[in-house]
Design a binder for this molecule. Structure first.
Ligand code: NDP
Length: 259
């Protein structure tokens, strides 16, 4: 092998299985496509099993090795059942803990139910998935990668999104703390903190003239990202290229947190 060949394969994911929660659409779907393109077998896990199967079919038609499973990650027993089923098929190597929800509501009027739903998914759901993966990897003496989906809102203030920002702050601290706790087991834990990305989650806000203009003004690059623009960071954090990276939160935010 030449000196350059070793570097040509640093993003290669052949032989790896990646799980993407919330992978039926948006950022998770782009990550699934990108990891497939780099050779991974991908499992899409989504609340809506039918949507996940439709997304998997589309990726298979493009040549990817993708399967789908319905899973509500806010239910710890459903997450355990998902990982038991995946273990029977050889287990997973890479977790993209991507499913999340957002809401823009003034903090002083935030309803209890919305607060509960936000933390059930963005905090509890993320932790259930991390815990289920790590427990199995540690028991099997198998290394693994966890890539959590944080947000710029987990790093700086995001008015009208206090519970969302707090939930992403929790994702940041799950990432740092579990990275240190699980490093001796060869489990690398990192997070991506996107800026605004045009998906079903954000299209409504981005299309409001005032909110859309404010978002563009707070983004150094002056525009929201496409889901594909988050996928490169995901492949990096899943691959050999990041073998010495753990506990980090990689901002992919068009310069939002630099301003
Ligand atoms: P989308 O809303 O487009 O997609 C989220 C996916 O997660 C949907 O397929 C949804 O399924 C699924 N999902 C929802 N609840 C659950 C659940 N309980 N169990 C399993 N799957 C579930 O989101 P984005 O792609 O925009 O965002 C993905 C991640 O990136 C989120 O964590 C978000 O907070 C984060 N992020 C997004 C940004 C953006 O600007 N878009 C910016 C920064 C971070 P269903 O359709 O059935 O609800």
């Amino acid at each position: 092998m030449s000196k350059l060949d070793a570097y040509r394969s640093i993003f290669d994911l052949s032989g790896k299985t990646a799980l993407v929660t919330g992978g039926a659409r948006g950022i998770g779907n782009a990550i699934a496509a990108a990891c497939s393109a780099w050779g991974a077998r991908v499992v899409l896990a989504d609340l809506n099993a039918e949507a996940a199967e439709g997304a998997a079919r589309e990726l298979r038609e493009a040549g990817a090795a993708v399967s789908a499973r319905g899973c509500d990650v806010t239910r710890s027993e459903a997450v355990e059942a998902l990982f038991d089923a995946l273990s029977e098929e050889g287990g997973v190597d890479i977790i993209f803990n991507n499913a999340g929800v957002s809401a823009r509501i003034p903090a002083e009027n935030y309803p209890d139910g919305d607060l509960q739903r936000m933390f059930d998914l963005n905090v509890h759901g993320v932790f259930y998935v991390m815990r289920a993966a790590a427990r199995r990897w540690i028991a099997a003496g198998r290394p693994g990668r966890i890539v959590n989906m944080a947000s710029f809102a987990g790093l700086v203030a995001d008015p009208l999104s206090a519970p969302y920002a707090a939930s992403k702050g929790a994702v940041v601290q799950f990432t740092r703390t579990c990275a240190v706790e699980w490093a001796p087991h060869g489990i690398l834990v990192n997070a991506i903190a996107p800026g605004y990305v045009r998906t079903e989650m954000t299209a409504h806000t981005l299309d409001q003239p005032e909110a859309g203009a404010a978002i563009r003004a707070k983004t150094a690059l002056g525009r929201p990202a496409t889901p594909a623009e988050i996928a490169g960071a995901a492949v990096f954090l899943a691959s050999g290229a990041s073998s010495y990276v753990t506990g980090t939160v990689l901002a992919v935010d068009g310069g939002w947190t630099a301003m």
